[in-house]
Design a protein around this ligand. Sequence first.
Ligand code: FAD
Length: 413
Amino acid sequence: MKKKFKIGIIGAGIQGVCNALFLQKKGFEVILFDRDEPGRESASYGNAGHFSPYASLQLNRTDILTDVPSMLMSSTGPLALKWNYVPKMIPWFLKFVMNCSKKKMMHTAKSMHQILDLAIPAYDELFDEIDVSSLVESKGIMYIWNDKDLSSRELEIKIRNELGIDQKILNPKEIHDLEPNIKPFYHGGVFYSKARHARNPKKILLKLFEHFNKKGGKFLKLNVPDIQFDNEVSIVKSETQEFIFDKVIITCGAFSRKFTSKLNEDIPLETGRGYHFHFKGFDHLLSRPVVFANRGFGITPMEQGLRVVGTVEFGGLNNPLSKSRIKNLVNNAKYMLDGLPEHDDEWLGFRPTLPDFLPVIGPSKNYKNIFYCFGHHHLGWTLGAISGKIISKMVANEKTNLDLDPYSSLRFS
Ligand SMILES: Cc1cc2nc3c(=O)[nH]c(=O)nc-3n(C[C@H](O)[C@H](O)[C@H](O)COP(=O)(O)OP(=O)(O)OC[C@H]3O[C@@H](n4cnc5c(N)ncnc54)[C@H](O)[C@@H]3O)c2cc1C
């Protein structure tokens, strides 16, 4: 059975759903595929809920390589490895090292800033059409640290100043005034007042998804193992059916690489695995997300309770959840706040991560009717709407007034 539709999107995480909505705004007919119900277990469900327009300096930075060994050895630190995955990680890691020069660090920071700066206005174009008033808070995001680590904080603050990002350095009293329940171990902090946070990322995703359906979009819960090509058309295949599209967008997050390999492109997509759990009913302890920078983890007050989120673990898509990482996060949370109960809902998720910490947004190298929108690493939640808006303009052959070269897959050719 063959059916003819306009645009197929594979993957209904935040990227897929935002792509679908912006394409609908341009009048395209869209079918969205996912092997799962939208927002069930994906990264778009379990993230920390930060809308972080300030976060342009990424992990490929000049000071990171000297810090990595101590971060890996530390029992409280943010980095972890699954040792059975180390041989597979080596090519990615070598590329990452090449991206830690000052020049590459600044290229990533400027290119991220270009789209991060547009991220919240792009969401507002979508949020104006649905009611998310109880689900999105505009109380800013706070980072705190103890002075041991001040030099790396100085680099971030300096670059963000250079990029014109709104930030306010905080002294201990100001931190206490903002979040009085945090134990006073900190020496300083920074406040990003324009950042927002999600009270429940899954509910926001589902509201956007329902809106897509209301506007005539179609969702098919199907695993897509294959895409094929026949002259100008793309054929999306499930186990039992074939669908013919004029254009296809791949938004499978960390799982996108199998498609790019089929399209004869070697894109070094890996995953930075991250964890969360909840302290149910304790969200009253914080008013906004707080990140403890030295230990690289954060706590967000959500409907589910306090969501503790952290760890960048290199270990691929198939290794199981690491109990030791959960334990590390529980200890870190208890270092920060008194009176926490037993935790619930342990979750492992996959950040889609490229070695230059830039996403891939744009047409595939070999097939002009296939578009990529993945690899948004720590910022895929923040960048959902703006990435969808950019792809919708590319598909409609409209100008964006942005320099899109930094996001092209051609950078890996
Ligand atoms: C612990 C953690 C905390 C984070 N915190 C933040 C944060 O605070 N702020 C922020 O901006 N970002 C954050 N991120 C990053 C952000 O969550 C991700 O970058 C983003 O959710 C990726 O969205 P996506 O739509 O590309 O992928 P996903 O959400 O992973 O969705 C991909 C979808 O594709 C589907 N799929 C895959 N393969 C197939 C197939 N073959 N056929 C059909 N369907 C398929 C999957 O089922 C899935 O639903 C965090 C990530 C993690 C892991």
